[in-house]
Design a protein. Structure first.
Length: 326
């Protein structure tokens, strides 16, 4: 039987102190009714990394992760590095390279390294899938490093995401492998709606996203869980993106799941750090729940018609063999 592939550990870096939208919003000309709407939707704090470069955010997250890893793991055992991001501008202009800077800083010498952004907030799940497929090869080096980063440039009009989220800056890192596991990974599943690939600023896409996102998200979760019936749905913890609390309550109601299964506290505490949300939530609450024996479902939504879904199983649980889509 194949050895399970899973997560060894995860860590993230959100720069500076948490910023309260109540104070920041008044200083930056945000209407009070907008601030109150954000707070009603579970939002309050976010992080501003204006003074940090993309590379410094990523490098700090990896440095924090490395301190948590078993001492026997060596840099030369990293066979693949994948950098995922949501914002197309969350990467420096050439000749500067986040990946090259990362390799130089930590002396990584992977077989391959790459960056993904085309799937927006679901890009990190494609990065995880690529990592899983690499590790399926028994001759591959034993570890894969996935890093994420996103920043916001501009005023409150860019920082505030309608009334459902506040954008945070930050970076995160997770190490995948076949030993020292804190979880067992189930292969991610995706949903694509090509009508929305140009995003919410194109014609009537914004209205269509609002009409379909909750339904598409609920359908993808249902299909994913139906595909893996051995997952304990009663003990399942759902980790959403750190935004859109109202939408997520509708999704859980549609799935006939109690709201107690949803981890929404980071919408309030961390803000929406885009591609980083998966690792932030995994680090804050997911790994602790896995240690208790609870499976964890993470979800990435985008406004480009792409959704991604992934489950981590407790390492003592029943192994769901990784299956590829298509």
């Amino acid at each position: 039987m194949k050895k399970p592939i899973g997560i060894i550990d995860a860590e993230y870096f959100l720069p500076g102190d948490a910023i309260d939208i109540s104070t920041w919003g008044r200083v930056h000309g945000v209407e009070q009714k907008r601030i109150e709407a954000l707070k009603r939707n579970g939002c309050r704090y976010f992080y501003d990394g204006t003074d940090y470069s993309d590379s410094s955010l990523v490098n700090e997250s990896v440095a924090r992760l490395w301190k948590k890893l078993p001492k026997s793991i060596k840099v030369e055992e990293i066979g693949l590095i994948v950098h995922a991001r949501t914002q197309v501008f969350s990467i420096p202009a050439p000749p500067i390279s986040i990946l090259q800077n990362l390799k130089n800083t930590f002396q990584f010498q992977p077989d391959f390294d790459m960056s993904i952004c085309q799937l927006a907030c679901a890009s990190v799940y494609k990065a995880m899938e690529i990592g899983i497929r690499y590790l399926e090869n028994p001759d591959a080096r034993p570890y894969v490093l996935v890093v994420t980063s996103d920043r916001v440039f501009g005023s409150a009009s860019h920082r505030i995401r309608q009334s459902g989220g506040i954008q945070s800056d930050g970076a995160a890192a997770v190490l995948l492998g076949r030993k020292f596991l804190k979880s067992i990974l189930v292969a991610p599943k995706f949903y694509f709606d090509s009508r929305l690939h140009r995003g919410p600023l194109y014609e009537d896409n914004s209205k269509l996203i609002a009409q379909t996102c909750w339904r598409d998200s609920a359908n993808l979760i249902k299909e994913y869980l139906d595909l893996h019936p051995s997952i304990d749905k009663e003990r399942l913890k759902v980790l959403p993106i750190n935004a859109d609390l109202t939408l997520w309550k509708i999704i859980l109601k549609t799935l006939k799941m109690p709201e107690s299964q949803l981890f929404s506290e980071n919408i309030y505490r961390r803000g929406h750090a885009c591609s980083n949300d998966f690792i932030i939530n995994l680090s804050d609450i997911g790994l602790a729940n896995l240690e208790k024996g609870n499976p964890v479902l993470s979800f990435g939504q985008s406004n480009l018609g792409v959704q991604g879904c992934l489950v981590n199983l407790p390492k003592t649980g029943k192994f769901c063999e990784v299956k590829r889509e298509g």
